[in-house]
Design a protein around this ligand. Sequence first.
Ligand code: G4P
Length: 309
Amino acid sequence: MAIQWFPGHMHLTRKAIAERVKEIDVVVELLDARLPGSSANPMLAALTLGKPSLKVLNKQDLADAACTELWLAHYNALPGTQAIGLDASVSTPAQKIIQACHALAPARGSMSKPMRVLICGIPNVGKSTLINTLTGKRAAKTGDEAGITKLEQRITLADGFYLFDTPGVLWPKIIVDRSGFNLAASGAIGRNAFDEQEVALELLHYLKQRYASQLERRYKIDAAGTLQDEDLLAGIGRNRGAVQRGAKVNLQKAAEIVLMDFRSEALGRISLETPEEFAQWLAQGQALEAARLESKKSRGRAPGAPGGT
Ligand code: G4P
């Protein structure tokens, strides 16, 4: 079943971005390096009026390095766009960000013409961690939980270089089913919004095609063979002691183990999508969304319906 999630606070974020954007030179979008396409927000380009864009592939330490290279090349080939990889272990993230922003807006960055940068990203992508490193303190989250409203934060990265953080959450409408599963697997979606067994099965389905040896190393199971996803999950559960009375495998526990092992890098460095795969999923998702909207429109035109004949 497709996953949808509405974390709230979106109106606040949209308003904050719309108010700020006129005075912004570069928009920094933090993406999860394991799932750059799925963790991006297509709404952002429109909201930020097509301003130069720096894609930061964050948590690169968890992602498949070869796949991250593909994504960096993909973004760097887009007009008005630069991309860099980053993770919490990089001790000088400011340097990387400043350099990339200068390449995008070379006329800015002096005291008379300061560089003003807006930073955005979906929940859990590592925005607070990065901002804490940039400010050198343990700042609190910028209000992505219901009821928390914080003032917009301005961070001075260097003389004439300001980074603006916006409160609230900007969350994409998920029109690509795979994106929903990948976001859930990564930990970006609230626990109650998805079925862990379903997400673990989808994850295993992908991993056994691309990362079978990593599954085999961790779970001592023939992942590259002919096992169906359900049997693979059951086998993992059995091997990891997720067994209940009557020697029955506890599939819920097995699913939790798989998700935790993926998130904590116990399975090794893994990426869940290549630019090519994501482009295909997106084209399918857009076609389905267009058909859905068309059918909704024609239902609205049905005889007897308002606007119908
Ligand atoms: P957010 O503000 O975008 O919501 O994300 P936040 O910084 O809170 O980070 C979400 C989780 O991701 C945290 O883990 C954080 O430690 C982890 N994280 C952030 N950046 C990186 C990175 O570059 N690499 C890796 N591997 N992890 C990163 P947590 O378990 O939710 O919290 P905590 O126990 O670490 O505090």
